[in-house]
Design a protein around this ligand. Sequence first.
Ligand code: FMN
Length: 439
Amino acid sequence: MEPATHGLRESATFDRATIHAIQRAAETGIYDIRGWGAKRKLPHFDDLLLLGASMSRYPLEGYRERCDTDVVLGARHAKNPLHLATPVTIAGMSFGALSAQAKEALGRGASEAGTSTTTGDGGMTPEERGHSKHLVYQYLPSRYGMNPDDLRAADAIEVVLGQGAKPGGGGMLLGQKVTERVAGMRTLPVGVDQRSACRHPDWTGPDDLAIKILELREITDWEKPIYVKVGATRTYYDVKLAVHAGADVVVVDGMQGGTAATQDVFIEHVGIPTLAALPQAVQALQELGVHREVQLVVSGGIRSGADMAKALALGADAVAIGTAALIALGDNHPKYDAEYRQLGSAAGYFDDYQDGRDPAGISTQDEELAARLDPVDAGRRLANFLRVMTMEAQTLARACGKAHLLHLEPEDLVALTIESAAMARVPLAGTNWIPGAGL
Ligand SMILES: Cc1cc2nc3c(=O)[nH]c(=O)nc-3n(C[C@H](O)[C@H](O)[C@H](O)COP(=O)(O)O)c2cc1C
């Protein structure tokens, strides 16, 4: 019997996933930990549309007229800013959460597409350094894998204050992934759960952060751009403080942002959507007179060239991707469906990155599983995906009459819903109404 066709009605409040969550909690007595980002429906870039040109605007010819894509990140203070061929970068994902092969593949794919990749909680591996043309080195509250030699070996430094999936929370790597190599890099015992700090021990506020950033500049001879990454919450204030502390680049990671592992309750209930954070960040930069001088990188649920084009139109200088990059490498591929099912999941649903049993060889430290991922092949898939994202964004930008992706502007956008209009601060389609504007 199909319940729905027999008049049985599912509760919107106690839907099947909720019932299952209660049953799971009652049986186990522990909260749910998982990877990936928020799964609830949130206002997002899908709720915006671009206004292509017609009579009042002049479009550019698809295959004949240029639409440039290059972007420079970190020129505010650094001697060697990053010159990227496309404004989509690979977000920080740790070796530990990911296999060495996956890290290498991210470096290969990003380099082939002319963009940067980022280390993560756990330090820099020789594989990723060797295969990444532009490597951003994360400086995290945990300080795992932190050493001045790696700082100097990096092309930029990202001070991580938070992530969109868990603003206010620390790192988590469960014991099954803390192998000898991972433990060695993090100075931890093998096989024991790691729960790392939610705030940096080196400073207590923005004034101290300014000192820390100065220290990082001194160590690296003022060569490398310094990024500051925040999870999206009080974004307007956080961005202003990050700029005051001396950031060359601010990274804002919205609530849809992925994670390797944290409590489900955290992922679904803390932070604000990427769409809501972005205009706040742009406003903060504009008020300080540094919009475009301090670059804004936005992440959290970016999946396509359309998302990228819309984020750029709202004022971002670049976007960063995590989950989409893993999918491009081969994560959640249908060919592993039977194995995902053996783990109690299915292809398209596998979010148990913390388990370390990823059949795709990506979110695992199991040597046999990791060996399934060919870094060359996976890197090529990622490069293809990055190229497609870039071409999609160019297609949209040309249609809006723009000869560079960064020429896209809020004026090119309208919103489909009142919520997204209010958050993105663009008019509801067919009107000139921006809810909340002028308040
Ligand atoms: C497997 C995985 C591991 C991650 N590890 C880190 C990390 O070590 N440090 C960090 O700042 N963010 C980490 N993140 C978050 C990403 O840097 C990024 O903010 C997020 O994935 C962007 O959202 P998206 O996945 O929707 O693209 C991780 C994300 C994933 C999916």
